[in-house]
Design a protein around this ligand. Structure first.
Ligand code: NAD
Ligand code: MG
Length: 358
């Protein structure tokens, strides 16, 4: 029996995770948490709406923590699992982006494992298994390009939440769906890949693959490129992470190869600056990824609330990165302070950015 603590149980990943746990008799939920949504229909011995996630984890003593919380709020649970040597099935990419160095240090001390749930990173993890680091040339993250792929900037001046929420290939929570429309999601994923696999930024590529069938690739030094293929269905990486290393049987339809045509394209970083901003924040290191993430969370919240135009999201993040810089993040307290400082600065930048564009 593997005892799973599911954080973010009422979300898109959380719901699909419950489906996987129910389908696998060797998995059981020992705890479930949400931010504010009631957990009435979730069957778990320990349940918690809001409050301190690490307190719940202390009580539950799980074998694996599935962190499917959205945003920086997941950081305490990520660090708890790594510090305690408990397997971390990680959907909450924001925590690894913001707390990358701290998370790696906690993993080193605690001996925990990170099992990526993000589909691209699950793909990379599987392509990399059993290889030596020196054999790896580059990681290639794929992305669908989001709902606005192929659009020019001037066509995006008036797009609102409804259009941005219409993702072409994945059904996900609102925050990550907006991130997919701005390419911030791919930016966060570049930083996530850097911390997960220890590969420098100049050896992490991004390519657009509009149907999300190719989940990512690894190029090796001998010229071979290994890819991971499948329909876009998060139950596959969730199941992989929760049943690792068993790769337990999951009843999903097999890939119909004859019906596929695979196309690839370069990402349009001029129309979608969030990808390049993430890369430079990652390369700057220190607290810069935390600042990028915090500013993005504020900007996305404002966009969803109708307070910020779509094209102003990167302006807010750029302005915040310029003003706050990379800060110091030697411990969790410093990280929390930097996150708060970046959020306050981004709130200030909202007014200017929204006003500047009318
Ligand atoms: P969602 O908005 O559907 O669900 C978020 C969940 O987090 C909800 O259960 C909510 O109650 C909970 N939550 C929010 N704040 C909380 C807090 N302070 N404490 C405890 N719980 C809190 O989001 P989602 O789409 O399921 O995404 C969750 C995470 O997984 C995100 O980090 C996202 O980037 C990542 N992810 C999602 C997908 C996907 O297909 N949905 C794919 C890859 C990665
Ligand atoms: Mg992803």
């Amino acid at each position: 029996m593997k005892r799973v603590a599911l954080l973010g149980a009422t979300g898109s990943i959380g719901r699909q995770a419950i489906e996987i746990v129910v389908a696998h008799p060797e998995l059981e939920l020992c705890a479930a948490a949400s931010g504010s949504t009631p957990l009435d229909d979730v069957a778990a011995p320990l349940k918690q709406v809001g409050g301190d996630l690490t307190e719940l984890l202390e009580r539950a003593q799980p074998d694996v923590v599935l962190n499917a919380v959205v945003g920086f709020a997941g950081v305490h649970a990520t660090l708890w699992a790594l510090e305690h040597g408990v397997d971390l099935a990680l959907a909450n990419k924001e925590s690894l982006v913001a707390a990358g160095e701290l998370a790696l240090a906690a993993r080193l001390r605690g001996g925990g494992r990170i099992l990526p749930v993000d589909s691209e990173h699950s793909a990379l993890f599987q392509c990399l298994e059993g290889r030596e680091p020196e054999q790896v040339d580059t990681l290639v993250l794929t992305g669908s390009g989001g709902p606005f792929r192929g659009r020019r900037r001037e066509e995006l001046e008036t797009v609102g939440p409804e259009q941005a929420l219409a993702h072409p290939t994945w059904r996900m929570g609102p925050k990550i769906t907006i991130d997919s429309a701005t390419l911030a999601n791919k930016g966060l994923e570049v930083i996530e890949a850097h911390f997960l696999f220890g590969v420098p930024y100049d050896r992490i590529e991004v390519v657009i693959q509009p149907t999300s069938i190719v989940h990512s690739l690894v190029r090796f030094r001998d010229g071979a490129a290994l890819a991971h293929l499948g329909y876009p269905d998060m139950r596959v990486p969730i199941s992989y992470a929760l049943t690792y290393p068993q790769r337990a049987e999951t009843p999903l339809r097999p890939l119909d190869l004859a019906s596929l045509a695979l196309e690839f394209a370069e990402p349009d970083t001029e129309t979608f600056p969030m990808l390049s901003l993430a890369r430079s924040a990652g390369e700057e290191g220190g607290g810069a990824p935390c600042v990028y993430n915090a500013a993005n969370e504020v900007a996305v919240g404002a966009f969803l609330a109708g307070r910020l135009p779509f094209l102003a999201i990167p302006d807010v993040v750029h302005e915040t990165l310029e003003t706050v810089g990379s800060g110091s993040v030697r411990d969790l307290d410093e990280l929390l302070t930097l996150d708060r400082q970046a959020r306050a600065c981004a709130e200030g930048a909202l007014t200017a950015a929204a006003g500047g564009r009318g």
